[in-house]
Design a protein around this ligand. Sequence first.
Ligand SMILES: *Cc1c(COP(=O)(O)O)cnc(C)c1O
Length: 350
Amino acid sequence: MSYLDNIRKVTPYVPGEQPKVEGELIKLNTNEFPYPPSPKVVEAIESLEVETLRLYPNTTAAPLAKAIADRYGFDEDEVFVGVGSDDVLANCFLTFFSSDKPVLFPDITYSFYDVWTDIYRIPYETMPLDDDFKIKKEDYYRRNGGIVIANPNAPTGIAAPLDVIEDIVSHNPDSVVVIDEAYVDFGGESALPLVKKYKNLVVVQTFSKSRAFAGMRIGFAIANKELISCMNNVKFAINSYTMNSAAIAYGVAAVNDNEYFIETVGKVVATRERVKKTLEELGFVSLNSATNFLFVTHKDKPAKDIFEYLKTKNIYVRYFNKPRINNYLRITIGTDDQMDKMISVLKEYL
Ligand SMILES: *Cc1c(COP(=O)(O)O)cnc(C)c1O
């Protein structure tokens, strides 16, 4: 026996590197937004009353929940706000996946899901995507204790059509279906309208990718108010004050500037389509992306070698040494200038 025997041990999720390098770094490895947050956020930061930091924040981040609810046409009590969508998703796993039946998710998806099932001791089964990395909806007709699907999926970038999502939700009235829409703003079809129709559906989104707020840590879930209330109860059982007052205020400013959001997301999408074409001319095959990244493989050169070479040039992309995807690279869409630099380095290499 040892004092280590009584400890909870878990294999943690490994995020993309935040490298420290000499000189210019082109960081295309964690799907951050290439443009700064809205100028309205700058105003909100400048007008923050420091005196208010003396007080505890609002426990449900109510002003931000209200702003998100207004933006998407819901009531405030249909919105749960958390410290990034990782926090929101962890809460979903703990709250909704509490049976002996396995939770289902695809074999290739966000690699945090099996970490949460592990730490919360939730049984799970992974459902293989087809050869084109698409979801087979029939896989989700079996007995389960809940379902989680990233749509668009990561790291493939592929979006499932809304009728596939609806089919899965409607086949599972007795379990909660969580749709992780971290990338939906870049071209996916959101399941939010279905929340009005299905009581078992939870849609999770984040400010980290399309609202340039990865560092501010804001994510949210939208579902019927009964489910949201269950999420809040679980949160209040662990930590009532997850969202700090500053993040709440800046989040309101960010969500209210829809014009800036549409303009900058549009720029990322335009860059993505341009880069996709150029990469295809260089011998890459790129999956159709509905996200702010491209998932590519090269017809001659191993992905791992390209990854290592780019790294020597201070260009960081993401490589997953996992079955089925170990010859692919996930490249975040940066500014046009960053992408042009990456392309010229790739041209040299190839
Ligand atoms: C980035 C990402 C998240 C979480 O991001 P947060 O910064 O915690 O909001 C969740 N799901 C997927 C699929 C992601 O790619």
